[in-house]
Ligand binder design. Structure first.
Ligand code: ADP
Length: 393
């Protein structure tokens, strides 16, 4: 058995997947798991597709568990169930590839240091992504590790979509739009081309609506516009992020409210969005449940929906029209009410909803006219596994 470990390491959690690679190099799901509460009291859970009993346990390290402890536990589990020798590589989700890393790469000492220099561009994600790479090199120095970048898919964005209207010298220093969720968009682009090759050659908008949320406009399967920008703060309203904001609000908060840059950053990343507006939760399911009796939850839902509709208009304008809209990620795949509200808000573009198909969560949720709307589950792990298997020695 040839196993690939997929890792998505955040500040307090590590999500992992184990995939087998068949003779054609195609990945197949074997297990999905996560370790939550790193730095506190971490809980490990893993579910398997091959009949192994699910794991759910509190990590006992004697001290606060680190990323290295978390990876150690994942490797111990792989060893116990399948033997470590079956592990042929690891693939990492790395949020920022900067201007130069626009394809998956085999990670080594030199390029890890280059990636570390990008930390100021993604301070809340990049160091944790790289902590998992460092830890795995310590634990298994000979295991090939591959990095896949969330920014890479957007390398095809034209310069007018990429640049801010800032002084040229700043643009040349890399102050520009990069775009994110690229691993998901790359997966969806390929999955849609396999399902509907003709439409995939046209103008496609993908709405990745999860805790983080963004839109990508594609032509012929390539990214030409993305609602996220220099950071993952821009664009749509999200679970805990505000999305597009007049930058003057930040100067005001710093000058008049005496907030530090760190406090503003924390507020914009983790205390705004659905959570900030509702004062209740960043979780769409909770807000749907509470909305009938909670005006703040209602407002949060209405604003989220409005922002999606409004930004789709902007992306459609950039694409000069739209042939397909694809919903994906936690909210996009599961919240039929949100999809219905969005499509009803896009009647002016020619979209209509097939209510029954939407409620059944079919792939095609509108009449198959032009434009048409789809739901396609994303699978970032599968894309990383495929890229990893391609780059293995
Ligand atoms: P992440 O960006 O962390 O990967 P996900 O793609 O898992 O996030 O999306 C998480 C979001 O999806 C949460 O807001 C959650 O409430 C929402 N979600 C998951 N299932 C449902 C559902 N059945 N109905 C509505 N929202 C859902």
């Amino acid at each position: 058995m040839r196993l690939i470990l997929i890792l998505n390491a955040g500040s307090s959690s590590v999500k992992c997947a184990l995939m087998t690679i068949d003779d054609q190099g195609e990945p197949h799901d074997l297990a999905r798991g996560s370790i939550d509460g790193i730095g506190q009291s971490a809980e490990f859970s893993m579910r398997f597709t091959d009949g192994q009993p699910a794991i759910k346990e509190v990590m006992a390290t004697g001290s606060t568990p680190s990323h290295k402890d978390a990876l150690g536990l994942i490797l111990k589990t792989v060893d116990r169930l399948y033997g470590l020798s079956s592990l042929v590589g690891a693939g990492h989700r790395i949020v920022h590839g900067g201007p130069h890393f626009v394809k998956p790469i085999r990670l080594d000492r030199a390029n890890i240091e280059e990636l570390r220099k990008l930390t100021p561009l993604a301070p809340l994600h990049q160091p944790h992504n790289l902590a998992a790479v460092d830890s795995l090199f310590e634990l298994l120095p000979n295991l090939p590790q591959i990095g896949c970048f969330d920014t890479a898919f957007h390398a095809t964005m034209p310069v007018i979509a990429r640049n801010f209207a800032l002084p040229k010298a700043l643009t040349e220093k890399g102050i520009r739009r990069y775009g994110f969720h690229g691993i998901s968009y790359n997966y969806i682009s390929k999955a849609f081309a396999a399902r509907d090759p003709e439409r995939a050659k046209g103008r496609v908008i993908v709405a990745h609506l999860g805790n983080g949320a963004s839109l990508c406009g594609m032509i012929n399967g390539q990214s030409v516009v993305n609602t996220m920008g220099f950071s993952a703060l821009d664009g749509l309203m999200m679970g805990t992020r505000a999305g597009t904001l007049d930058p003057a609000v930040i100067f005001y908060l710093m000058r008049e409210e005496k907030m530090s840059a760190e406090a503003v950053e924390k507020m914009l990343y983790s205390q705004s969005g659905l959570l900030g507006v509702s004062g209740l939760s960043n979780d769409m399911r909770t807000l749907r449940k509470e909305a009938p009796n909670n005006p703040d939850a209602q407002l949060a839902l209405a604003m989220f929906t409005y922002r999606v509709i409004r930004e789709i208009g902007s992306v459609a304008a950039a694409l000069n029209g739209v042939d397909a809209l694809i919903f994906t990620a936690g909210i996009g795949e599961n919240d039929s009410a949100l999809r219905a509200d969005v499509i009803n808000g896009l009647n002016y573009l020619g979209f209509t909803l097939d209510h029954d198909a939407n409620n059944r969560r079919d792939i095609l949720i509108s009449p198959s006219t032009n434009p048409a709307a789809f739901v396609i589950p994303t699978n970032e792990e599968a894309l990383i596994a495929k890229a990893t298997s391609t780059l293995l020695p």
